[in-house]
Design a protein around this ligand. Structure first.
Ligand code: NAD
Length: 440
């Protein structure tokens, strides 16, 4: 568990440096009443599930709801009628600065960083959906500011807290399959788009604030359900393709188990870029420096779309073995671990591990973990200190799909692709006028 951050830690460290910047809300701390007043940005789709899961903690009082889509906002408000409602999260912070304690961000990917950084700038703990950000630079900055302020944070990779995944981490770290030399990870999903420019244009429904939906990205016309809701994933300006969508869950266990840091390079095999939609099928390779749980280096191979699932033969497994549609495979010196998304790990070859006693691991509630950390109890397991580097790694792979078959050499310390100025430029983008955020 890297850099655990708790609300109590936050309050203590803030006090240590002179807490003059703290709002009355924060000094009120953990609410002597023991209540955590939450604000939710994006309350449709996954935001609705996030809202229910956070609110299921008895200390939570849902205080503010924000969504650019009135239909979605109204639906959430019906469930939490005491909450104040907003279309623009900046207005929400201006109005409720002192009445909210913590913030949940469940918007499309391109708005994660602007919303989460605005919350951090107001000294609010943040639960942010995955992937942490849309750009590599944003992930670096969110991590930096969250650490500087010691605010409790959590990225929304809820399976990180599931017993099956936590058990897989232990099995690997016990050395059960020896040092790992190679990881394959895959998802059959296709969050790509290979159509040409979309020329059709629809009038924006009265219920949607399109200017706010576009937010920091470049303005483009409303095109019905091609973007909102959900389909923004396919487009490079808003989503992060299948790798950013599913890869962040499926990469998570190997990344945590092997205690990986930054890769040395990333290389994509995919169609030529159109600069509009993500490729429909990607194979992305990475090489990582070795850790205590790997051989001298670790090769990591991601497959999605029609490249997934890889065949048992491609994975070096017995041909009759059923490869799940989504999952990962750890190839160790003395055995192999197959981890379906989401399911119990299988140790291979079966005969070799038939007497192996699996560690007992309990289920944890990822959402409540964050609420408890905000309340000063315990710490989060996917804080921005963990989620930042994981997201940077994934997003480097997303950048690689703009340069098929080019090995992008990564200098994580200096946030640079050393052999491509064009790739380095894609690590950060200009925010649209009127949407700048301090720190990004
Ligand atoms: N952890 C998981 O298992 C999981 C599952 C699904 C989605 N997600 C993540 O959740 C996020 C949302 O995905 P989704 O499928 O629900 O998308 P969606 O488009 O269905 O929903 C996004 C919601 O955010 C609202 N919104 C958009 N821009 C906004 C803004 N500027 N301010 C306030 N509200 C805004 C939309 O109106 C909508 O209600 C994504 O980051 C996605 O990766 C996570």
């Amino acid at each position: 568990m890297k850099n655990p951050t708790t609300r109590r830690h936050f309050l203590m460290s803030a006090a240590a440096v002179g807490a003059t910047h703290l709002s009355p809300t924060q000094t009120r701390g953990l609410a002597p009443s023991g209540t955590l007043r939450t604000a939710h940005i994006g309350v449709g789709g996954m935001g609705s599930a996030d809202l229910t899961s956070i609110a299921s903690h008895s200390a939570v009082e849902v205080t503010a709801l924000c969504d650019i889509d009135l239909a979605r906002l109204t639906g959430a408000h019906a469930k939490y009628p005491r909450a104040k409602t907003f279309r623009d999260f900046r207005e929400m912070f201006n109005n409720l600065e002192n009445s909210i304690d913590a913030v949940v961000v469940s918007t499309p990917d391109h708005t994660h960083a602007p919303a989460a950084m605005t919350a951090l700038n107001h000294n609010k703990p943040v639960y942010c959906q995955k992937p942490l950000t849309h750009e590599v630079f944003e992930a670096r900055q969110l991590r930096r500011v969250a650490e500087q302020k010691s605010l409790p944070t959590q990225m929304g990779i809820q399976v990180h807290s599931a017993a099956v995944y936590r058990r897989a981490v232990q099995i690997i770290q016990q050395g059960t399959i020896g040092k790992v030399s190679r990881v394959h990870a895959w998802s059959h999903k296709n969050w790509g788009y290979d159509g040409g420019a979309i020329s059709k244009q629809h009038s924006v429904p009265d219920t949607i604030d399109w200017n706010l939906w576009i937010g920091t990205a470049s303005m483009r016309p409303y095109i019905g359900h091609e973007l909102h809701p959900g389909n923004w994933r396919r487009f490079i300006d808003f989503g992060t393709g299948t790798l950013g969508d599913m890869g962040v869950h499926i990469f998570d266990t190997p990344y945590a188990a092997l205690e990986l840091t930054a890769p040395k390079w990333a290389q994509a095999t995919c169609r030529q870029p159109t600069n509009l939609g993500h490729p429909e099928s990607n194979k992305i390779q990475y090489e990582f420096p070795g850790t205590a749980y790997t051989t001298e280096t670790l090769r990591w191979i991601w497959h999605d779309g029609t490249f997934a699932p890889p065949t048992a033969q491609q994975l070096g497994l017995a041909e009759d073995l059923l490869v799940p549609k989504q999952g990962s495979l750890f190839v160790g010196e003395v055995g192999t671990l197959l981890l379906p998304h989401v399911g119990e790990a299988q140790l291979l070859p079966i005969k070799q591990f038939q007497d192996y006693q699996r560690p007992t691991v309990s289920e944890d509630n990822h959402y409540h973990q964050w609420v408890e950390a905000c309340l000063g109890n315990g710490s989060t397991s996917a804080s921005f200190s963990y989620a930042g580097p994981l997201t940077e790694t994934l997003l480097l792979g997303v950048v690689a799909n703009r340069f098929p078959e080019t090995k992008l050499l990564w200098d994580a310390k200096n946030l640079q692709v050393t052999n491509s100025a064009d790739a380095t430029r894609l690590l950060r983008r200009e925010y649209r006028d009127g949407f700048s955020v301090a720190g990004l």
